[in-house]
Design a protein around this ligand. Structure first.
Ligand SMILES: Cc1cc2nc3c(=O)[nH]c(=O)nc-3n(C[C@H](O)[C@H](O)[C@H](O)COP(=O)(O)OP(=O)(O)OC[C@H]3O[C@@H](n4cnc5c(N)ncnc54)[C@H](O)[C@@H]3O)c2cc1C
Length: 436
């Protein structure tokens, strides 16, 4: 492909590399896919915007020791002669068929075109954050956000923490915070006790999950409970929680509030892969093939289901992309069993519609650009809101506010445009679409 010329007559040199299989995302799904594809004889490139493979669940940091499975996968990838790992590398655009333009923080050749025969998207999921009064105060984060902060070394020793929202991640975040010396004052789960009891009763079908649930049990866990308001001036000092029909105030230093996960399907949408209209997950068949030829997807970008399902889907996608359909097909029964678990999680932690009414007219919806709810709630979609109010034009590029708008107002999804991430000028000049 040819690079555009600058006004000075200089055109950046476009480094190109070609692989049989290119994998975007080095979480459990991407790591498993890389091993399966390389083990089947393919040359593989594995890229991730984090400095080390592991995804959301397996993060390094001071005082954090990765589980044996994560260490062994990392070692296998580093030692495999057919796998090239591109860490701290982001996808910027898809300038031509079978080609992604990527940019790296580490490499001397900071931008390059990676060409592939088959592509596997393993872009994972992000937290669903919904606005409530006080949610932008310093001291308030997502539940997974707290996980990431603590694992990266943010000190929480001696702090009083309230964890709220929905889903199994609340318990995992509480366990990590406690391990690092925090006092977890409350875990407020919005799902009602009746649903949680049914879920617990079904866990015998997935013994590893039952064992995990028992290990994470916490006396401060309350069902049918949700955050109402975060209180404070310069910083969070208390949180009001609805619990069994009454509202209680709890003094705290941190509030970690996340309402579950949503698939990261922006790159898939840019490429033209069909998505599930309700969940925005990438639609795949039994061999993890998307609706586009040569493009596969695995892990939580295809639906929220936990790391076990992500690992399994990654293997299936890796085998299938390498042409080993028989090996991929042999994993179908196990995949079905973990899909059943994912369905249990989905129905158990379905959000109470009352959560859509927590924000007030003056509550910021777009916190990057400080746009209040009242300024945008009348718009039919994120695009109109963006054009009229700057909602979604800040650092998160709508990942937080447009996703919240989809839940709160039923906004239709808008397909992202390149550049997918903030990029250097020199990188944009390598995109034939000019980053338009
Ligand atoms: C903040 C957070 C914390 C979590 N913590 C836990 C936990 O402690 N325990 C637990 O059981 N589950 C946790 N989860 C759930 C976890 O996401 C899954 O169980 C599991 O990690 C899913 O694996 P995956 O491979 O599908 O995706 P992920 O692990 O999400 O991996 C996807 C990877 O792709 C990268 N990526 C995405 N888009 C691009 C792009 N365009 N260019 C380059 N790289 C890209 C991401 O940075 C990420 O490293 C957490 C989820 C979130 C959102």
């Amino acid at each position: 492909m040819s690079a555009r010329h600058t006004g000075t007559g200089q055109a950046p040199a476009a480094c190109q590399r070609r692989y049989d299989v290119l994998i975007v995302g080095a979480g459990p799904a991407g790591m498993a896919a890389a091993r399966a594809a390389a083990g089947s004889g393919c040359s593989v490139a594995l890229i991730d915007d984090n400095p080390a493979p592991g995804g959301q669940i397996w993060r390094d940091g001071p005082g954090e020791r990765l589980p044996a499975q994560a260490r062994s996968l990392r070692h296998a990838i580093a030692a495999h002669g057919r796998i090239a790992l591109y860490a701290s590398t982001r996808v910027i655009a898809a300038p031509a068929p079978h080609t992604l333009l990527v940019e790296s923080d580490e490499s001397d050749e900071s931008a390059m075109h990676l060409q592939f025969r088959n592509l596997i998207l393993c872009t994972g999921a992000r937290e669903l954050l919904l606005p409530f009064p006080g949610w932008t105060l310093p001291g308030v984060s997502g539940a997974g956000g707290l996980q990431a902060l603590v694992k990266a070394g943010t000190p929480v020793r001696g702090e009083r923490i309230v964890i709220a929202g929905s889903g199994p991640l609340l318990l995992a975040a509480a366990a990590t915070a406690r391990r690092h010396g925090a006092h977890v004052a409350r875990i407020a789960e919005q799902a009602p006790l009746s649903r949680l009891t049914r879920f617990a009763g079904a866990l015998w079908r997935w013994p590893s999950k039952a064992a995990q649930a028992v290990a994470l049990l916490d006396g401060h866990y309350r069902a049918g409970s949700h955050v109402v308001e975060a209180l404070g001036d310069e910083r969070l000092r208390a949180v009001r929680i609805s619990q069994g029909g009454r509202t209680v105030a709890l003094a705290c230093d941190r509030l970690a509030c996340g309402f579950g996960l949503v698939p990261n399907s922006g790159l898939a949408a840019l490429l033209g892969c069909p998505l599930d209209p309700e969940s925005d997950a990438i639609a795949v068949d039994a061999l993890q093939r998307t609706g586009l030829p040569h493009v596969y997807a695995a892990g939580e970008c295809t639906g929220i289901g936990g790391s076990e399902l992500a690992l399994l889907e990654g293997r299936i996608a890796g085998y299938a992309a390498a042409g080993a359909d028989d090996r991929a097909g042999a994993l179908a029964a196990t995949r079905a069993r973990w899909h059943a678990f994912a369905e249990q999680v989905r129905t158990t932690f379905a959000l109470d519609p009352a959560l859509k009414t927590l924000a007030r007219a003056d509550t910021p919806l777009c916190r990057c650009e400080d746009v209040p709810l009242s300024a945008i709630q009348a718009y039919p979609d994120a695009w109109m809101a963006r054009m009229q109010s700057r909602c979604g034009m800040g650092a998160c590029q709508g990942r937080v506010c447009a996703t919240a708008g989809r839940v709160l107002f039923g906004w239709t999804r808008s397909t992202p445009r390149p550049p997918l991430s903030p990029a250097r000028i020199g990188t944009l000049m390598l995109d034939e679409n000019g980053g338009s």
